[in-house]
Design a protein around this ligand. Structure first.
Ligand code: NAD
Length: 307
């Protein structure tokens, strides 16, 4: 079987992937981030692996031999044209296992990085500017703060376990997750989580129902000087409204791994703000996670080809 990889990776990534492939599989990788090359390469492949880069209906239309699409993560709603797959009976498989811990740990990094203006401090220091007094009054601790989770599945729960170690109070809103003493947070209505959180963290999928869920109006109901953390998906937050609340000092800070329209440009409003900690959609992209995901993914592909 030929296995097509839809995102542009590095030679190290391809070597890690190839090391986990079973007998008789051939990895087909891209040399450019170009749809023409995508269509030419996928046309020869029976299996496609999807990472961050969306697999569009147009690319799928060129995939005449395609039988299985394997997402290397969980958030497939916006990365796979599922209608185009369903119309041709092509199966879609997910790899939820590997991403959870990496994103949960990154959520804590973004909260701390935003709370301490870590990216700004580091960038200034590299320019020879030692801003000790400017940073002290704007930095906050996590201890005794309320952390609110919108979406409380695998990642939200693992993140909450980690925030518990900081001595925080924790609330969640997720209609699918009933209260339980085993959970590391208390359930609450959406409006209460918004109004009570010092740190609001998003862990739900992007869909028509959740697009701009965190709107200007919702941001206006957050605590003054709250911190917003988004490792879920760009588009759940109205980025323009968020940037303006951060510029006004209405919110204290934000930690963002995902954006509306990725990649973002240096002239994006977030890039000019000292109270934003930014990463380029890497929260799930640890070496550990990639290893776990590829092991699970190729075990699945083996099950598929063995019927
Ligand atoms: P999950 O399916 O285990 O949990 C998602 C939860 O969101 C579910 O419990 C669901 O009931 C809840 N939910 C859906 N709509 C909601 C709404 N309107 N309000 C409140 N809750 C709602 O998924 P997960 O593994 O925890 O991943 C969460 C999200 O993180 C994914 O959807 C994905 O978009 C994102 N993610 C991002 C990265 C990254 O690289 N930044 C990596 C992996 C996952």
């Amino acid at each position: 079987l030929r296995v097509y990889y839809n995102s542009l990776g590095t030679p190290e990534m391809y070597a890690m992937i190839a090391a986990r492939m079973g007998e008789g599989l051939e990895l087909v990788t891209l040399d450019t981030d170009d749809d023409a090359e995508r269509k030419a390469k996928i046309a020869e492949c029976e299996v496609a692996i999807v990472a961050a880069k969306p697999l569009t209906a147009e690319v799928i239309s060129a995939a005449k031999k395609l039988e299985l699409v394997h997402h290397q993560g969980v958030g497939y709603h916006d990365t796979v044209a599922t209608d185009a797959l369903a119309a041709r009976g092509i199966r879609l498989a997910l790899t939820p296992e590997g991403t959870t811990i990496g994103v949960a740990e990154h959520t804590v990094l973004l909260a701390l990085g935003a709370a301490r203006r870590a990216a700004f401090a580091d960038a200034e220091l590299r320019q020879g500017r030692w801003h000790v007094n400017a940073l002290r009054p704007v930095s906050v601790e996590l201890f005794d703060k309320t952390v609110g989770f919108i979406g409380f599945g695998r990642i939200g729960q693992e993140a909450a376990r980690r925030f518990a170690a900081f001595g925080t109070r924790r609330l969640y809103h997720d209609p699918a997750v009933p209260a339980s003493a085993d959970l590391p947070a208390e359930p609450a209505a959406f409006d209460d989580v918004i109004a009570q959180s010092d740190i609001l963290s998003l862990h739900l999928p992007l869909s028509d129902a959740t697009s701009h869920l965190i709107s200007a109006e919702v941001i206006g109901r957050m605590k003054p000087e709250a911190i917003l953390v988004n490792t879920a998906r760009g588009g759940i937050v109205d980025d323009a409204a968020l940037a303006s609340a951060l510029a006004d000092g209405r919110l204290l800070a934000a930690g963002l791994d995902v954006f509306e329209g990725e990649p973002i440009d240096p002239d994006n409003p977030f890039c000019g703000l000292p109270n934003v900690f930014l990463t380029p959609h890497i929260s799930a992209g640890t070496r550990d996670a990639l290893g776990h995901k590829m092991t699970a993914l190729f075990a699945n592909i083996d099950r598929f080809r063995n019927g």
